[in-house]
Structure formats: C-alpha cells, structure tokens
Write a protein that binds this ligand. Structure first.
Ligand SMILES: Nc1ncnc2c1ncn2[C@@H]1O[C@H](COP(=O)(O)OP(=O)(O)OP(=O)(O)O)[C@@H](O)[C@H]1O
Ligand SMILES: [Mg+2]
Length: 237
C-alpha cells in the first residue's frame, strides 16, 4: 500500500463560507491521500461538504487554507492560466447536472477540453472514435443537448471528461439523475476507462450499490471525513 503512488493529496484543506455573521466550514481541515488507479467513493448526507471537497480537489474552487497536490504539483497555488492548462491536460470532471453548453452540439461539447490545453490538433481523434463507439453516441454527435435524453447527455459529459485521457477523473453524483440501468452502464464505462488507462477515479455518490464497487469509501459529515472504509473484494482477473 505504501509503495503506491499518491495521485491526489490534501493537507489541512479548509473552505469557509461566510453567511451573515456566521462562518460555515464546508470543508474542515481535510487530510487525504488517493493512490494511482484507485476508485474512491465519497458519501455523506446533504450539506456535509462532498461537492465542495471535490471542487477543491479538481481545482474548480480555491481553499481558505491548506493545499491540494495532484501528482506532486500543488494546484492551489497555480496561476489561473497554468491551472486551466493543467486541468485540461490531467483532470476530467463529470457533474451531476452534466453542465453541457446548450448552443454547442454533442461533438462540440466533447471537444471543449481540447481547446483549453496545448494538445496537437488531432491527437484526440483516435480517443474520440473509441469514446463515441463505446458510449454509443455515433448518431447523436451533431445533436444539441436539448435533443438528447438524460442518459445520452450524461454520456456526452463523460466523453468530454475523458477526451484528453486525464490522470484523474472527479465525478459529482454522475448517476444521480439516471435510472438503475443507465446508472450501472455509466459506472461500467467509467470503470472500464479507468482500468484501461490506469486512471484514478474519485466519485461523490449517494448510491450505495456504486459505493460498494469502490476500492475505498470516505464518509463525510460536517466538512470532515469521519470514516474511511476499504472494500475487500476478490479480484477475478
Ligand atoms: N456558495 C456557497 N455559499 C455559502 N455556503 C455554501 C456554498 N456552497 C456550499 N455551501 C455550504 O457548504 C456546506 C457544504 O455544501 P456542499 O455543497 O459541499 O454539500 P454536499 O455534501 O455536496 O451536499 P449535497 O449532497 O446536497 O450535494 C453546506 O452547508 C452548504 O450550505
Ligand atoms: Mg453536492
């Protein structure tokens, strides 16, 4: 366990929100380490700080104190333009409400991250073909999000998160709006890509069937990680 490479680390991570004269510690001094190739699920009640923690780790929000490092690079102190490039190259993000750009077609949405980093123009094309095939989006690429079903929109959002072959994928309730069948399919796709690329996957979920498939489950309460459980599963491969 100790030999494994740390991919995401937080040190005394704190995010405070000031509401009137009260201060809310949405994330309260969180210290965690996630290793290469791990699938970590984050669970906890509504308002416990799961999304705030995920956004901090993905570089979408800045902490009030503490730091986040990804593969040894401290992202919390990076200038914005460098962070945008780093995120484009190494981080994939899937939101609960897919956050697709309504005026862009499915294909244009998928390609957004390729515009944000210095990839060669065509380096994503092979991956695009694979993603489109495995996500079953072939005949939907030129449709607008409003012309897609919920499951299809979430698949587009996943293709967008994976287009640059990121090192780490952060997902905030990616299956929250889907029925059981679609939720399982979306999880299978994320796990297949993760295994293929040796990615690290950190997912907020309230779906215990999904949390059971994670390597470790962190439970949050009141801005803190109150327990970390290792799921011991026999690997069949
Ligand atoms: N922009 C904000 N301004 C003020 N308070 C906020 C803001 N965002 C979150 N909070 C507060 O921070 C705490 C944690 O919120 P967060 O969204 O991280 O919870 P969560 O665990 O993701 O909940 P849910 O399961 O409902 O998505 C809550 O008390 C919330 O009210
Ligand atoms: Mg949330």
């Amino acid at each position: 366990m100790e030999d494994r490479r740390v991919v995401v680390e937080t040190v005394d991570l704190l995010r405070q929100y000031k509401q009137y004269d009260e201060v809310v510690n949405a994330v309260n001094r969180v210290n965690l380490r996630v290793y290469e190739g791990e699938f970590v699920a984050i669970i906890g009640s509504s308002g416990s700080g799961k999304s705030t923690l995920l956004h901090l780790m993905a570089g979408l929000d800045k902490p009030s104190a503490g730091k986040v490092t990804i593969r040894g690079r401290e992202i919390t102190s990076m200038p914005n333009d460098e962070l945008a490039r780093f995120r484009g190259n190494h981080i994939g993000m899937v939101f609960q409400s897919h956050n697709l750009i309504p005026q862009f077609t499915a294909l244009e949405n998928i390609l957004v991250p390729t515009l944000m980093c210095n990839k060669e123009d065509t380096s994503y094309e092979e991956n695009l073909k694979k993603l489109v095939a495995s996500l079953g989006l072939g005949d939907r690429l030129h449709h607008l999000p409003s012309e897609l079903s919920g499951g299809q929109m979430q698949r587009v959002a996943i293709a967008r998160a994976l287009i640059n072959l990121p090192l780490v994928v952060f997902a905030d309730e990616p299956t929250g709006n889907l029925d059981r069948e679609n939720a399982d399919e979306v999880l299978d796709l994320l796990l297949q890509t993760k295994d293929l690329l040796g990615q690290t996957l950190i997912m907020v979920t309230h779906d215990m069937a999904i949390a059971e498939r994670a390597d470790r489950v962190f439970r949050m309460d009141n801005g803190q990680i109150i327990s970390s459980k290792v799921n011991n599963r026999e690997k069949t491969e």
